[in-house]
Design a protein around this ligand. Structure first.
Ligand SMILES: Cc1cc2nc3c(=O)[nH]c(=O)nc-3n(C[C@H](O)[C@H](O)[C@H](O)COP(=O)(O)OP(=O)(O)OC[C@H]3O[C@@H](n4cnc5c(N)ncnc54)[C@H](O)[C@@H]3O)c2cc1C
Length: 289
């Protein structure tokens, strides 16, 4: 299929892009990597009257270490984030997760901002941003605002973005460097969206869990921390499988798994438990090496 007629603008400044969004409001669509938007246009799931391509705006793809932590521009490509030494040093969770995102060709074009704005419930990066307690910097002609990742994702393909706003960059607090991280997922084939994915961060002291952040992808409508499961794990020693399994048993009561897809809820719940058990084990082993 071919898309409906659509105008195309490629502004060279942020101000010009914001002006276009202000003028056209919900009739405009921001073009990041186009890996999701272009298929949506072709299938006529989306029919904006104008595309605002933000790829020519200088600096929007930068990855830098700022005062408060790592800053990643919205137009940074998945593969650039995956291969960045700064990301490997400050937020290795992202590099671990990005290995599971689609395929090489899609990672060469797809952008961080596009993935976050799309807010696919099965996407890896939104879950990571909630786990990393990242701040999402949003801009419009009205000015800049910062939204915590935990408030940004609001439903299936729903975010806090207004029609005249775009994601400028993401800021990841430096404090994440003190945590051990692990990302894993189960998908039918490598590169498919996950049936279940887990972003896990833990702090350990004397072999016991003293800090924990757990966010799943692909299970619920949007990523969120499972605070009651995190709290229940605190104080448990690694290797105390009985206590860890008892907490994992409570996942069913804590998760509101989306029904109606290809994979049954009970199966995905089992995957969730399996991923958490494995993840805790992997973090434990990483401390010993
Ligand atoms: C075959 C295939 C497999 C895939 N597998 C996975 C996978 O396993 N995991 C995964 O996470 N993703 C997967 N994707 C999606 C891919 O990661 C895309 O990169 C991502 O969904 C969107 O990024 P994009 O830059 O291409 O955004 P676009 O397609 O350009 O835009 C997507 C949406 O975001 C909006 N947007 C874009 N940039 C901004 C911005 N800066 N501010 C505000 N709004 C913006 C657009 O208007 C549009 O609504 C897959 C895609 C394909 C085609």
């Amino acid at each position: 299929m071919k898309p409906a007629r659509v105008d195309y603008m490629r502004p060279r400044s942020l101000e010009a892009a914001l002006q276009l969004l202000t003028t056209h409001g919900p009739d405009a669509a921001i073009l990041g990597g186009g890996q999701s938007l272009i298929p949506m246009l072709n299938l006529r799931v989306a029919a904006p009257s104008i595309l605002v391509d933000i790829n020519a705006i200088a600096g929007m793809n930068e990855i830098v270490n700022g005062v408060s932590g790592l800053q990643i521009g919205a137009v940074a490509r998945h593969n650039d984030v995956l291969r960045s030494p700064l990301v490997a040093d400050c937020a290795p969770l992202l590099a671990q997760a990005l290995k599971h995102v689609a395929h090489e060709a899609i990672r060469n074009r797809g952008t961080l901002g596009g993935s976050l704005a799309l807010a696919d419930p099965a996407a890896e990066l939104p879950a990571c941003m909630v786990c990393l307690e990242a701040n999402i910097v949003i801009v419009s002609s009205r000015g800049e605002r910062v939204v915590e990742a935990s408030d940004f994702f609001q439903g299936i393909y729903e975010t806090a973005l207004e029609p005249d706003e775009l994601i400028l960059r993401v800021e990841i607090p430096a404090s994440n460097r003190e945590w051990r991280c692990h990302f894993d997922e189960r998908a039918r084939r490598h590169g498919d969206f996950a049936m279940a994915g887990l972003a896990l961060m833990m702090k350990l002291e004397g072999g016991a869990i003293v800090g924990c952040k757990i966010v799943y992808a692909g299970l619920e409508a949007f990523p969120r921390r499972l605070v009651n499961i995190e709290d229940a794990l605190l104080g448990i020693k690694l290797g105390d499988d009985e206590r860890i399994d008892a907490v994992i048993e409570c996942l069913g009561a804590s998760l509101d798994i989306l029904d109606g897809g290809e994979y049954p809820v009970q199966y995905r719940l089992r995957l969730a438990g399996h991923l958490l058990r494995n993840g805790i084990g992997a973090v434990g082993r990483s401390v010993m090496t």
